[in-house]
Design a protein around this ligand. Structure first.
Ligand code: GLN
Length: 461
């Protein structure tokens, strides 16, 4: 039996260095008792704090929800516990999952496990950091734009977002419903597959949950010989010529040596240039609608005042951080009667064009492969406010898989000056097993667990 006291102690001690946890579970030994003889065999896990947990605070790292205790479990929580996972903690995140830094939680910034001056990425910052520090092998996150796959790259772990609707979102605090996915962090691809096996499947409580039958993920073996790996020309060209790209290109040669074919595919640059604006509009409009109920009357810690109007205004003014308020202004603008057609609806139309173009590129290959980020985790003090068009494309293309709802996985490739970075693999709808199988084959070639031995401070501790 695992020593849960020891695991919890390490987790608590990590707060000083990582600040990755919002709430620790108190009933871990009891959970472990109940997990006996179940498939996950007491596997320790942590959950992003936007996953509703019955009787356990669920804040989504938002001050307004700092006292919110759900009266029900998200479907994935029931599934995890029925399968014998042991939940240790709820993890810090960017407030309401909006953001990509891990700096906006009301409990303070999450630190990168490799270097405390750097960000862990977000919004699933705490989950990524704890897996990167090997304090747990697996964690749950959510991914609306890249919030599992980008922090995975920054923390040197696997980050997987399956097909839209493959994992139930019932009970996961919504951000942008047409883009939100539950995602999985792990140290190996096999662990992600193991968790997906338990989490996947239709849930009648989530109307976007898929009806299609689930895949058996127990055998991920794959021969790379004759397989076609797609490189999207316009994305590859937008990436900086740096050490990451050099290692990426070396890896392509390794794939060719295994008999895989590298094929360049194209995606209209003009569409790619619209990608982030379209994302920003769709995500913020949907978020504004979804979060209208956080008003101190239906949900959230109330700031008292004389009228409903004033209660709502004061509650929201004091309860949300600056980034959220900015985004809600944009969302409200895009949704109001005067602008809805030219802003929100237009963005949806361009989204459709982008998905069609992406789908066409994917139809020519088995998978597409990219660098998950142009850089290693930036320093918290060196974050950029403005990006060139090339930077915008090379830092945000993972959003394509949210637009389309396609399976997408980041796995670590290597290091640059002691900091990890990852590559991303994606395929078409329902090809979850395929991306896992490719990722597993790549993982064997890369052998990251060997590479990190001399570098990851948490392994050397
Ligand atoms: N960084 C993106 C945003 O702020 C993605 C967030 C996410 O995937 N939850 O919207």
């Amino acid at each position: 039996m695992m020593n849960y006291d020891e695991i919890m102690k390490r987790l608590r001690d990590s707060q000083h260095d990582l600040n990755a946890v919002v709430t620790f579970y108190e009933d871990v030994v009891l959970q472990a008792e109940q997990a006996k003889n179940k498939v996950l065999k007491g596997m320790p896990i942590v959950l992003k704090d936007n996953v509703s947990t019955k009787g356990v605070k669920t804040t989504a790292s938002c001050k307004l929800l700092n006292n919110y205790v759900p009266v029900f479990n998200a479907t994935i929580v029931d599934k995890l516990q029925e399968s014998g996972a042991v939940i240790l903690a709820k993890t810090a995140m960017d407030e309401l999952a909006m953001g990509g830094t891990g700096l906006t939680a009301y409990t303070g910034p999450t630190k990168n496990p490799y270097d405390a001056t750097r960000i862990s990425g977000g919004s699933s910052s705490g989950s990524a950091a704890l897996v990167g520090a090997h304090l747990v092998d697996v964690a749950i996150g959510s991914d609306t734009g890249d919030s599992v796959r980008k922090p995975a790259s920054y923390c040197g772990v696997v980050g997987f977002k399956p097909t839209y609707g493959r994992i139930s979102r019932y009970g996961v605090v919504a951000y942008a419903s047409s883009l939100d996915h539950v995602g999985i962090f792990s140290n190996t691809v096999a662990q992600s597959a193991e968790l997906l096996s338990v989490l996947q499947g239709r849930d009648d409580k989530d109307l976007t949950s898929l009806m299609s039958p689930v895949e058996d993920l127990s055998d991920l073996s794959l021969d790379l010989k004759g397989k076609t790996i797609g490189i999207i020309k316009e994305i590859q060209e937008a990436k900086s010529d740096n050490a990451l790209k050099l290692q990426f290109n070396d890896f392509l040669k390794q794939l060719e040596a295994q008999g895989a074919m590298i094929k360049e595919v194209s995606l209209d640059r003009q569409l790619l240039e619209q990608m982030y604006a379209v994302y920003y509009i769709v995500a913020n409009c949907e978020a504004t609608a979804n979060h209208a109920s956080l008003d101190g009357i239906r949900f959230g810690e109330r700031v008292n005042a004389d009228s409903y109007q004033e209660i709502m205004t004061k509650t929201r003014t004091q309860g949300f951080g600056e980034l959220l308020k900015r985004r809600f202004v944009i969302g409200a603008y895009g949704l109001d009667d005067v602008h809805q057609e030219e802003v929100f609806q237009k963005a949806q139309k361009i989204r459709r064009l982008i998905v069609e173009a992406y789908d066409k590129a994917l139809s020519e290959v088995d998978i597409v492969l990219t660098l998950a980020s142009d850089t290693v985790a930036p320093k918290a003090t060196e974050l950029k406010n403005h990006q060139s068009l090339d930077e915008m494309i090379s830092e945000n293309h993972l959003v394509l898989d949210n637009f389309a709802g396609y399976p997408s996985i980041t796995i670590p490739l290597g290091f640059d000056e002691g900091l990890p970075f990852g590559i991303n693999l994606a395929a078409r709808k329902l090809e979850d097993k395929k991306v896992l199988a490719f990722a597993s084959a790549f993982e064997k070639l890369i052998a990251f667990s060997e590479l990190e031995k001399g570098v990851n401070p948490w392994i050397m501790k």
